[in-house]
Ligand binder design. Sequence first.
Ligand code: UDP
Length: 142
Amino acid sequence: MAIERTLSIIKPNAVVEHNIGAIIHRLEQAGLKVVAMRMVKLTLEQAQGFYAEHDGKPFFEKLINFMTSAPVVTMVLEGDSAITAYREIAGATDPAEALCGTLRSDFGGDNVTFNAVHGSDSPESASREIAYFFADSEVNTY
Ligand code: UDP
């Protein structure tokens, strides 16, 4: 298996509900290493830029309002097949459809928008998303 990096965001509902620690604990227990981390209250422009591929979709405004409603925790995680591994731990986009024991099932809200975490969906997305939040010098090796 190849060592990969992925971008993780702990979304506002999980932050407000004090689930930052629980989420990071699960990710570390699963063998993913936190190599960069920052809490940030996204501006409208930052949220719109990050989710630009969804601009124009019916849920876009709701998603942007949600993502700017409270701080988020952004992280770069590193590990074996980190992109796929993370998405398995996160679960399906809609918390109602996510398997029991996944982050979105356990920490997501009652609506697909409020699904607790984001994770990159491909190596290309991971590169773009990591660079969106972190300079190379902020991503650590240990
Ligand atoms: N989303 C939403 N309504 C939808 C689909 C997605 O509000 O019908 C939100 C949800 O928060 C999701 C984000 O938009 O995590 C990005 O959607 P994507 O399809 O990229 O899902 P993900 O990769 O996050 O599972």
